[in-house]
Design a protein around this ligand. Structure first.
Ligand SMILES: [Zn+2]
Length: 275
């Protein structure tokens, strides 16, 4: 999965750290990230030195993100000043282009960049937010409103019916692959209640014997995904919610589609159920 970057380790404990010229830095434009492209076509994360950033402005513009193997990595809060060989690339297309640790770091940095971008102003009084000392939080200097990173919980469910697995295709999205049922958790719900509700809303299927499979941070959608397996409880007839799904079918577990990238927990779950 995307977070499996051993022997590297992403340490997201927050630290008040001043950047150095050779520290790596993420700079985003929408969902594109700035990379350094060498004359041989190799791409890598730029450092502040590559960005030709004025040294005296670095502490104000740079936001500490996390460390990878004790090396601090920063986010540039604002437009990169530019530099030779620098180009923006879609984050979703960087698997296999960057090393695994840098791809995961990039998706996590994208999540944090979304949060910083959407919280420049206080949601209560409209004042400009400030970074809180000593922790990853933003605080309003006028009313004290404190905002922490927003992580949306999602449940994903693999519904098993003997030698078959329930698989679906999203409606109105560019993703054409067969996937598992998933959805955001509502306020006041447990993860298990959300799993039962999502399966029933999208397919009319009732489930039992929910078993926790594992979880995955998924910065593309600012979320963390909790995966479950479950068994069919009652009739196997599917009643499709066409607002959410284009298709839903029982697939033989001996002939499951093999279309998903191995960075996703959906792929991990499907492969664990393949006969
Ligand atoms: Zn405020």
């Amino acid at each position: 999965m995307i977070q499996d970057i051993s022997p590297c380790r992403l340490d997201n404990a927050y630290r008040e750290t001043v950047p150095a010229l050779d520290d790596c830095v993420f700079s985003f434009r929408g969902d594109k990230v700035l990379l350094r492209e060498g004359e041989d076509g190799c791409r890598s994360l730029p450092s502040f030195r590559d960005l030709q950033y004025p040294a005296e402005e670095m502490p104000r513009q740079a936001v500490f993100l996390f460390r990878v193997d004790k090396e601090p990595i920063f986010l540039l809060d604002g437009t990169a000043p530019g530099g030779r060989g620098l180009r923006y690339f879609p984050v979703c297309g960087l698997k296999g282009i960057l090393p695994g640790w840098a791809f995961f770091a990039g998706v996590t940095a994208l999540h944090l960049n979304h949060w910083y971008e959407r919280n420049r102003y206080c949601g209560r009084c409209g004042s400009v937010m400030e970074k809180k000392m000593g922790q990853r939080a933003l605080v309003c200097p006028d009313c004290g409103n404190t905002v922490y990173p927003c992580i949306a919980p999602v449940v994903m469910v693999a519904v098993i019916n003997g030698d078959k697995l329930l698989m679906t295709k999203y409606a109105g999205r560019s993703l054409p692959q067969w996937v598992l049922i998933s959805g955001f958790v509502e306020a006041g719900e447990t993860l298990e209640e959300a799993a039962e509700r999502e399966v029933f809303e999208e397919t009319g299927i009732r489930i039992r014997d929910l078993q926790y499979f594992g979880s995955q941070p998924w910065g593309f959608s600012d979320s963390v995904i909790a995966g479950y397996t479950a068994r069919l409880d009652g009739p196997d007839e599917i009643r499709l919610d066409r607002k959410e799904l284009a298709e839903a079918e029982w697939h033989l577990r001996s002939r499951l589609p093999d279309e998903l990238t191995d960075i996703s927990i959906a792929h991990e779950m499907i492969e664990s159920l393949r006969l």
